[in-house]
Design a binder for this molecule. Sequence first.
Ligand code: B16
Ligand code: MG
Length: 218
Amino acid sequence: MMKGFIFDLDGVIVDTARYHYLAWKKTGEELGFELSIEQNEKLKGVSRVDSLNKILGWAGVEISEEKFNRLMDEKNEDYLNYVEQMTPADILPGVKDFILELKAKGLPIALGSASKNAPRILEKIGMLEYFDAIADGNSVKKAKPDPEVFLVAAKSIVTAPEACVVFEDAEAGVEAANNAGMISIGIGSPDNLSHADHVFSDFTLITTDFILNLQPKH
Ligand code: B16
Ligand code: MG
């Protein structure tokens, strides 16, 4: 039986990708570059530093370290202004009930997110207290697809990686879960998440019985 459950944040619990997009688009404009929705897709699950490096690469622009840091700070300020407007209505379909069902069975829940703003977002949507542990951009050095964030999460809930299930919407996140030896459940379209062990379009289609009865990979 699976014993530990790790949730990515953006794209799994809430859709903050549109806020990241609006904020990065403004950064792009300062660089004389228009960020497309397709390019924004490639920033999902990617850390803040790596996201700006990708944007600079697409824009074909080189900047000083000082400007780099200023653009990152400004982007985060804009992003946090959107986050401040978030409410429990922003929770994605089915995920809250799914987590509550696992909690009712006494099973541990952890967050495994690249975001440094994860606790604030969980607070705004009223879900912070549901998590037994939070592994996020503040607690790890290596970005997904490195398994570090999920291994830290599993350790925090004292559960062996093989007994953990990860819910992820990004390709790099699915790879990170696979690299950690965990079961990967993709949330979204099978077209982008072909390496996930199972893919569902949202949590209204997933039962806790199905998840609990999955077999460890090794
Ligand atoms: P921040 P996740 C990721 O969240 C986002 O998908 C990604 O677009 C963002 O750049 C990253 O968090 C860092 O976020 O700027 O708030 O630290 O999907 O890993 O929950
Ligand atoms: Mg995500």
